[in-house]
Design a protein around this ligand. Structure first.
Ligand code: BG6
Length: 458
């Protein structure tokens, strides 16, 4: 399959994150993260983070498969508690650093560009116990120290950095920040949005540090971008879609790219009665530290309508209802297949940020799968990839500066919400939720499809 209009040197890649693939949850000095703790609460229902697909011990084999598939980039994350087990140590854990040196060196030897996320949902649990994690401003300096260490160690090898994965998801699912979900709405969101502010400050400082030290490198956030569509042609549904998309996705991009917190975002917080503690320096810090590219995690569209009693509710997520479009296909977990939404979303990014380089850091289709005679016939994933690549190439033809595509995921992994039966990979791993089985890797049909795409579109 040949797609028109793709630039030369386009980075065809794939994506994973540390706690979803590595396992080895306490090996070589690694500390526990909030992602570990959160997964242990459901250990009796589904796979937890302890072993997952054991990439920590299979990484050589996994890189060989990336090479065989033809990947030009690999977007993965560094486990924060592998480097600073409790988060507050003065010196980093050498064994953790060694693991990532080996991985990064091997990727580079194989001509695969590392795209490295610093923090993908796994803040060291020690920091949550010590001072409440991101809810406290103290997390800012601990994150900066961690980033500084990553730049010292890997700054000369890594050209593409991502600071924080899906900050908006952390805010809407604040147990991922260690915030008690049984707290009343207002109290819970007061904490979550304060944490959000601290992440913005930490991220801005890290953007600046990277640009000062490594001016040729690229650094940005990995934003959860859900193209949000109105359920009807009525202006109030259109407005509901706009409000939600702006609040959830674009506010994150505005702060990262323009260094300013949008007024509509501040207004929503005050409607909810949330007061963010800020210092007199904060606006300056945000303005001084901005991203020079952007990662977007794009899976599907969401369709919304305004609730009838919308004016009564001060909380945005309660004013807006998500609806299902029965003409679209959905995964078993309710994520739709709507590829034109990707082109539309990319065009919106160009409208706002002109030619900022965009890396698609996640995009993928999940399903339950069986290995049959050593094969996995994942036709729906192939269709998903084909149609989304097609729409991405049309967007590039429209002038959008997409430089890399990294579907989620390279290999089967632990789904954040749904364990091991919800598979995303182009490589199948022989394990189930509760049985480790052989852990053998098998190339799915989508592996061969994507290999062909990469081979023919260089
Ligand atoms: C993104 C995350 O939100 O969605 C990934 O960055 C995650 O870590 C992916 O795996 C899919 O979500 P889930 O819950 O199906 O794993």
């Amino acid at each position: 399959m040949i797609y028109k209009g793709l630039p030369k040197n386009f980075l065809w890649g794939a994506s994973t994150s540390a706690f979803q693939v590595e396992g080895a949850y306490q090996t070589d000095g690694k500390g526990l993260s909030i992602a570990d703790k959160r997964s242990f609460k459901k250990s009796d229902q589904q796979l937890d983070t302890k072993v997952t697909v054991d990439h920590y011990n299979h990484w050589r084999e996994d890189v060989a498969l990336m090479k065989e598939m033809g990947m030009k980039s690999y977007r993965f994350s560094i486990s924060w508690p592998r480097i600073f087990p409790n988060g507050d140590e003065v010196k980093p854990n050498q064994a953790g650093l060694k693991f990532y040196h080996n991985l990064i060196d091997s990727l580079i030897e194989n001509e695969i560009e590392p795209i490295v996320t610093m923090y993908h949902f796994d803040q060291p649990y020690g920091l949550i116990e010590k001072y409440g994690g991101w809810v406290s401003r103290k997390s800012v300096s601990d994150f900066i120290r961690y980033a500084q260490c990553l730049f010292d160690e890997f700054g000369s090898k890594v050209n593409y950095w991502l600071t924080i994965n899906e900050q908006a998801v952390l805010v809407v699912a604040p147990d991922m920040l260690g915030i008690d979900l049984t707290l009343p709405d207002k109290e819970r969101y007061q904490k979550a949005f304060q944490a959000n502010h601290h992440m913005w400050i930490a991220q801005a400082e890290v953007f600046k540090m990277c640009k000062d030290r490594f001016p040729k490198s690229k650094i940005g956030p990995a934003v959860s971008y859900i193209t949000t569509l109105p359920a009807s042609k009525k202006s109030y549904d259109l407005m509901a879609a706009k409000e939600l998309e702006d609040f959830y996705s674009f506010a994150q991009m505005e702060v990262s790219i323009r260094g300013e917190i949008p007024i509509y975002f501040k207004n929503e917080l005050s409607k909810m009665g949330i007061n963010i503690r800020m210092t007199s320096e904060d606006e300056h810090i945000l303005r001084e530290g901005t991203a020079n590219y952007i990662g977007i995690n794009w899976y599907c569209t969401t369709i919304v309508e305004a609730k009838v009693d919308s004016s009564q509710n001060d909380f945005i997520f309660k004013r807006i209802e998500r609806v299902r479009d029965n003409e679209l296909k959905y995964t078993d977990w309710g994520w739709n297949f709507d590829p034109v939404g990707l082109r539309y979303g990319l065009r919106q990014l160009m409208d706002r940020y002109e030619d900022i380089p965009i890396v698609i850091t996640e995009c993928g289709w999940s399903q339950e799968e069986q290995l049959v005679n050593g094969k996995v016939n994942d036709q729906m994933r192939i269709k998903y990839l084909d149609k989304h690549i097609e729409q991405m190439s049309l967007a590039i033809g429209d002038g959008v500066n997409v430089i890399s595509f990294n579907p989620w995921s390279f290999i089967d992994l632990l789904s954040v919400g749904d364990g091991m039966e919800k598979r995303y990979g182009m490589v199948y791993v022989d394990r189930s939720n509760f049985e480790e089985k052989t852990m053998k890797r098998y190339k799915k049909d989508s592996f061969y499809f994507y290999q062909d795409v990469i081979g023919k579109n260089q």
